[in-house]
Design a protein. Structure first.
Length: 147
């Protein structure tokens, strides 16, 4: 991790990253307790790690990154995202939105508010996405991103 990414990640933790990562962990644990929610809990734990230290990583569509569709990028992924939205997505998105509004009040917090707004999209629709290091993305391809 470069020095700049380290500094940005530390500032991020202080500006809402820690409490939102904790919210993602709580969502993951609650979903894991239901047994049926295990696929969503795994995604929540991955996104919790990303929410804690986002700088140096990017969220991309899995089918665009790998070049092939799978269970999470097809119709079942759509259904999974709808279930996620009802179970946990809306309140995680609300948490990111509230944090973004609080940060946007200050001039210094605006870049971090923007990052929380990007995480709002991931909170609403995470299935079929993957987190990759920025260094692992080929420069010649363009990826749509939520974060």
């Amino acid at each position: 991790m470069s020095l700049m990414r380290l500094i940005l990640n530390i500032l991020w933790i202080l500006t809402g990253g820690l409490w939102m990562a904790a919210a993602w962990l709580i969502a993951g644990v609650l979903l894991a307790l239901t047994i049926i929610g295990l696929p969503w809990s795994r995604a929540a734990f991955n996104i919790a790690a990303y929410t804690l230290l986002p700088f140096g990583y990017r969220v991309v569509r899995r089918d665009e990154y790998t070049g092939r569709t799978d269970l999470g990028t097809g119709p079942l992924g759509f259904l999974g995202n709808l279930i996620w939205l009802v179970l946990a997505g809306w309140w995680l998105a609300l948490g990111h939105l509230a944090t973004a509004v609080a940060l946007a009040i200050t001039v210094i917090g605006i870049p971090f508010a923007w990052a929380h707004l990007k995480l709002t999209g991931i909170a609403l629709w995470p299935i079929g996405r993957m987190i990759v290091p920025v260094d692992a993305l080929p420069a010649e391809r363009s990826y749509s991103s939520w974060g």
